[in-house]
Design a protein around this ligand. Structure first.
Ligand code: GLN
Length: 540
């Protein structure tokens, strides 16, 4: 019998529900249980693929090509839960399914309503993950208790215990316990109100995880327990972590959260296996080196726009016992101030993915600076396309080379629309998406890093390297070292006279884990560290 855990959040958004859900998943896996993770998002977009990173942060892509919420990135970094289309549902998707059914006549004769039709569809989406080989499904509900959009989802998860048995379900509510400096104390009232709101809907939380900036102590957690009708030991404080998000699971273990969940769900589980993880935390806390990587993008001020990139840099740093400082460079600032002003002294340059023209010229300048100054360069998706454009303009002497995404009438469209994209007008879910195989050339840095000839990586793009220019590039020294198996699409380019210059059309950042960093990130950070260590002393 699959058990269900529902994670809700109250008081404020950005409490780290995704991180907490992922940490719970990790702890249960490390007790030998099989876990599936899921996020329900109450917004009306069918998926976040059409939203700006300013709105929503990074769009996280899965192997099956679904464009999902960035919390799924946490799930994949912390657990080995299989994620696919069923791992992220939005209000838009639920309604789309119900409306399609209505059009097919599946509700013939009936009025279609939020309860039971929408709620039944939500329940079916949760239950779809349950199967005989799955011990626990963890479903995180996006948004905050009190949001109008969230109500049908709350109603649906309220009903699930009635369908599958109360003893098989657990409600975990995450809240904020703010510390008021003026009063010199932690305040429990917002938590009380948020739980009260949940209880009006008919959900009594079993466990409360209280996010706080500083330890709140037993007196406060006991008070919360009393007012919220939760057992004392089931009120757990989650204090902000000093070094890294990867410490979150350790904090939860200290409060025996794994034990509590397993007891409450009446499950049998093995002992907690954390030795390798403790060793990882030790490495995170005690780096031996430090390097700076410039990340040149255009959503720089949004904390989560390049989430997986920053995480992957960190993972590679853990591998090299190195603290990686990501210097966030706004591409338009670089256009105004020049590469020298913003990039001198960095140990590596990374240009991540992106869309639209704004900032592109700044990114191209960043690539040129890295190429000419032999600074390790890692280009990802648009970062690869910028590398190809820069090389055309400054080495191959194709002066107005560009991507047809930015300049439709360029004389040299070295980046052009993928053939399969011609005539595609709809914007949602229509890019080249998801896992695709790529074959790597012998002697390339990429093959060396992966230690493999064929790899599978996730894509999200409409444009590609224009095959008509391939010969010219090879001749000029930029080599297509990774292609689709039939050789038609260029997926990786490298420079042969540069210490480390690898640019990929795909998104390696979606497949890196703290204990299993992505090989290209490991290679890049390793090269940056080497550069740092061989720098003349006075500059270090
Ligand atoms: N805008 C480019 C394309 O569509 C790059 C996309 C990306 O970086 N994800 O091909």
């Amino acid at each position: 019998m699959t058990r269900h855990i529902f994670v809700t959040g109250g008081v404020v958004s950005s409490l780290g529900k995704g991180l907490t859900s992922a940490s719970i998943g990790m702890l249960l896996e490390r007790r030998g249980l099989t876990v599936r993770m899921q996020k329900l998002d109450p917004y009306i977009n069918v998926d976040p693929g059409t939203m700006s990173p300013y709105q929503h942060g990074e769009v996280y892509v899965l192997d099956d090509g679904s464009e999902t919420d960035l919390d799924l990135g946490h799930y994949e970094r912390f657990t080995s839960s299989v994620l696919n289309r069923d791992s992220n549902y939005t209000t838009g998707q639920i309604y789309q399914t119900v409306i399609n059914k209505e059009r097919r006549g599946e509700y013939l004769g009936r009025t279609v309503q939020v309860i039971p039709h929408i709620t039944d569809e939500i329940k079916a989406s949760v239950r779809r993950l349950a199967s005989p080989d799955v011990d626990v499904v963890i479903t995180e509900l996006g948004g905050t208790i009190g949001d109008i959009e969230g109500l049908p989802f709350l109603e649906a998860i309220r009903q699930i215990p009635l369908d599958v048995g109360k003893q098989n379900c657990l409600f975990i509510h995450l809240t904020l316990v703010p510390y008021l400096k003026a009063a010199r104390e932690a305040k429990t009232k917002p938590t009380q109100h948020s739980v009260q709101q949940l209880r009006t809907i008919g959900i009594q939380p079993d466990i409360l995880v209280c996010r706080t900036e500083r330890p709140i102590g037993r007196e406060h957690t006991d008070k919360i327990a009393l007012f919220c009708n939760v057992e004392k030991e089931a009120v757990i404080e989650e204090v902000d972590k000093e070094y890294s998000i990867y410490e979150v699971p350790m904090g939860l273990v200290e409060h025996r959260l794994d034990e509590l969940i397993i007891e409450k769900l009446g499950m049998e589980a093995g002992p907690l296996e954390l030795d390798d993880y403790r060793e990882l935390i030790h490495r995170i806390r005690n780096p031996r080196h430090e390097i700076t990587i410039a990340v040149v993008g255009k959503y720089i001020e949004h904390r989560d726009a390049y989430k997986s990139i920053y995480e992957s840099l960190d993972h590679a740093g853990f591998h090299h016992s190195t603290r990686v400082i990501a210097k966030r460079v706004e591409a338009e600032d670089l256009e105004r101030q020049g590469a020298d002003a913003l990039l001198s002294g960095v140990d590596g340059v990374l240009v991540p993915g992106g869309f639209g023209m704004r900032g592109v010229e700044g990114k191209i300048q960043a690539v040129q600076y890295a190429r000419e100054n032999k600074i390790p360069y890692f280009g990802i998706c648009l970062g690869m396309q910028c590398a190809v454009i820069e090389f055309a303009r400054n080495v191959l002497d194709l002066k107005d080379a560009n991507s047809s995404e930015f300049q439709a009438d360029t004389q040299h469209p070295v980046i052009c629309l993928l053939e399969e994209q011609e005539g595609v007008e709809d914007k949602g879910g229509t890019m080249r998406l998801g896992a695709q195989p790529c074959v790597l050339a012998d002697g390339s840095k990429a093959q060396d890093a992966y230690d493999a000839v064929e790899v599978s990586e996730r894509h999200r793009h409409r444009y590609e390297f224009n095959p008509q220019y391939r010969e010219q590039y090879v001749h000029g020294g930029m080599i297509p070292v990774g292609t689709s198996p039939d050789g038609s699409l260029v997926e990786v380019v490298e420079l042969n006279d540069h210490p480390w210059y690898v640019a990929v059309q795909y998104h390696p950042e979606f497949k890196s884990q703290p204990n299993n960093p992505h090989p290209l990130f490991t290679g890049f950070v390793g090269a940056a560290l080497e550069k740092r260590q061989t720098r003349p002393k006075q500059l270090v």
